[in-house]
Design a protein around this ligand. Sequence first.
Ligand SMILES: [Fe+2]
Ligand SMILES: [Fe+2]
Length: 261
Amino acid sequence: MDNIKVRQLNLDFSQSFERYWFKQSIFKTHLFNSFTLGVPDIEKYLIRNAKKRIKFIGNPQLKQQAQAFILQEGQHSVQHIKFWHNLKSLGYKFDTYLNWLQMIFFNILERRMSTNLNLAISVGIEHLTTLMAEFVLEVDLFAEAEPQLKQLFEWHAVEELEHKTVLFDVLQDKTSNYLLRLVGMFIAHILILFFLNLGLAILLYQDKKLLDRKVWQELIEFWITKDKFLYKVLFNAIDALKKDFHPSQKEHLWLIQKVAV
Ligand SMILES: [Fe+2]
Ligand SMILES: [Fe+2]
C-alpha cells in the first residue's frame, strides 16, 4: 500500500470526560481504556523493531513505507498517552501493569530474543490490530462514544489499515521462514489478548465492578455470543497460517474511505 498518510492529529484531552465514556458501557469503556494503556509501550516495541531493520531494506518503496509506519505509530502513542492523564485524574492506578508490560516486551523479548523473532511477533501484533481496526470501522463501534475518543480510535484504526502490510513485508525482506512467522503470530496473540484482558480486569477491580453481572453479560456478548470477537480473532489467525498469506489479500480501502480523517 502506497498511501500511508501521516496525519498530525492534536486531540485535546484537557477536559474531564464521563467515567464511562462508551455509551455508558462499563465493559467497553474499560476494554478500550485497557487498549489505551497498552498502546504506547507496545507501539514503542514495534517502532524499535522496525528501526532495527530499516537500514538494511534495499527496496526504496518499502523503506519509505517503513518510515511512514514509524511516524504513524509514533503519533498513535503520543495521542493515546494524553488520555492517561484523564484516567489518572479519575483515580485509576496502572503503574504496576505498565511495569509488567515493559518487563515482558522490553526486558524479556527485546533483550533476550532474536531480532527476527521480535519482528515476527511485531507482525503478529499488526495482524491483530488490523482485525481490531476493521471491526471498529465496519460496525461503526464508536458511533455513540464520547466524540474525542471516537476520533482517537477511528483515526488510529484508519492508520492501522493503511500500514497493515509494512512489517509483514519488512520481515519477508529479511526471511520468509514460515515457522518463524507462525511462532511470532502465536506469541503475539497470547500476549496481546493477555494484556488487553489484564488491563480490563485491573480497571474493573478498581471500580469494584469485577463481579458485576452486567459487565460479565457484555463481556460474553463481545467475545462469544453477539460480536463474536473471539471467533473473529481465531479465524483471522487461521487466515495468517496460509503459506501464501499476505495482509493485502483482504480489501480495506473502502473502510479507510468510509471514515474521513
Ligand atoms: Fe498504532
Ligand atoms: Fe500498527
